[in-house]
Write a protein that binds this ligand. Structure first.
Ligand SMILES: *Cc1c(COP(=O)(O)O)cnc(C)c1O
Length: 408
């Protein structure tokens, strides 16, 4: 299935009219949702061309999110490793501390321009819930966030943040009381209230057109890297690295570079306790194609087709599927997908904190772990850009606990 370099240079990289990236993507949903999704698609394709919509989006990225985010030379880390020059794309400096706000602000604007006064979201660890509550407050939209009852207990600071921002958090008591039950409940809400309600999805997964629109909103990251790298070191980077949960921060960096085939692209999945164990969350490295959450993609399941239990030290990467565009990029050979274990990520978390004065999110630490290995294998006249997808303040309790330190 791998394409030649000439083919990769000229591909459109756009989904077809039914939202397929090659064999992947599409809309595997009920009739009711089918109508809602095709409405959304029509609206999106129209607003994408709308100058006023784009102006408002750009203005919010500048003034609310704080873009452009810097492309920062990690000089001490580069010298310590002794290979390629390493640059961090500083999404951790965005308002709310991660890349997620880029696409939630875009989706909230879509809601507003589509005449929907109410937005809903589902959240596991709470990061996407907080990002959604933030942009709903910004635009004066009612916001309801579904969250598994166990997650509500485990993530009380994020629950409180959402409430401070004016959102209603609904604990979901059914099933395993975690993310997948929250997701079913959010779907049910959307089907019932589709006339008034916009469903904000947190990554490039789900049925079409979500993978495309979330990608387009996050692509500001890669577009900035294009001019910043020219300005700072006079050429495009030799390699790009980003962690992959659902894949939104990764595709945001990769997408503008897809036709620039001299740029190598690496997505880093959570290898948990190792890819040879069942304790990981790396569907592209160790899963197989199937249908999950309304689209065809790589996923982790057992021999009977039951979705597997996944594991990662970072909540944001702990997902059994991945965005369909990544499945496509893997098969055609445009991007390579690799794993970083919990232990590798923790080591990189500590090293970058001490050497660069930046505490990265545990998700990001997976990308950093692979960057270290990659940069060491490259020449000093080459450059690597790694997406610093978020800051690690949210993770210090997890790290302290793993090291037997009580922060009370
Ligand atoms: C949510 C999150 C991720 C994973 O989501 P993607 O859609 O794969 O980008 C990665 N990094 C941070 C900091 C996050 O909050």
């Amino acid at each position: 299935m791998a394409l030649t370099e000439d083919e990769l240079k000229t591909l459109s990289y756009e989904p077809d009219a039914a939202g397929h990236f090659g064999d992947y993507g599409g809309r595997y949903v009920s009739e009711t949702l089918m109508a809602a999704l095709s409405d959304l698609d029509q609206n999106y394709q129209m607003l994408k061309q709308d100058a006023e919509f784009q102006r408002q989006f750009d203005s919010d990225l500048a003034n609310f999110v704080g873009r452009p985010s810097p492309l920062y030379f990690a000089e001490r880390w580069t010298n310590q490793i002794g290979g390629a020059q390493i640059y961090f794309k500083r999404e951790d400096l965005n308002h709310t501390g991660a890349h997620k706000v880029n696409n939630t602000i875009g989706q909230a604007l879509l809601a507003k321009y589509s005449g929907k006064p109410r937005v809903i979201a589902e959240t596991g660890a709470g990061q996407h819930g907080v990002a959604s509550a933030t942009v709903a407050a910004r635009l004066g939209l009612e916001c309801v966030v579904y969250m598994g009852a166990d997650d509500v207990e485990r993530q009380s600071p994020n629950v409180y943040r959402m409430k401070l921002l004016g959102a209603q958090v609904i604990p979901v008591d059914s099933g395993s009381r975690t993310l997948k039950d929250a997701l079913s409940e959010a779907m049910r809400d959307w089907v019932t209230n589709v006339d008034s309600t916009f469903y904000i999805i947190g990554t490039v997964a789900g049925p079409a057109p979500y993978p495309q629109l979330v990608r387009d909103f996050n692509a500001v990251v890669g577009r900035e890297v294009k001019w910043q790298s020219k300005e700072i070191f006079g050429k495009y980077p030799d390699a790009l690295v980003a962690c992959v949960g659902g894949g939104s921060n990764a595709i945001g960096l990769f997408y503008p570079f897809l036709r620039d085939t001299e740029v190598q692209i690496y997505g880093v999945e959570a290898a948990g306790r190792g890819l040879s164990t069942p304790e990981h969350a790396a569907p592209l490295c160790a899963g197989r194609p199937g249908v999950l959450h309304g689209s065809k993609t790589y996923l982790m399941d057992n021999a009977d087709g039951q979705i597997s239990h996944t594991h990662s030290v970072s909540a944001g990467l702990d997902y059994p599927g991945v965005g369909p565009e990544h499945a496509y990029l893997k098969d055609i050979g445009r991007a390579q997908y690799v794993g970083a274990t919990d232990a590798d990520a923790l080591a990189a978390f500590h090293e970058v904190s001490r050497v660069e004065g930046i505490i990265p999110a545990l998700e990001t630490a997976h990308a950093l772990a692979y960057t270290k290995e990659l940069a060491a294998s490259m020449r000093p006249d080459q450059t690597v850009v790694v997406n610093m997808s978020g800051r690690g303040d949210k993770d210090i309790f997890t790290v302290a606990k793993m090291e037997g330190i009580s922060l009370t």
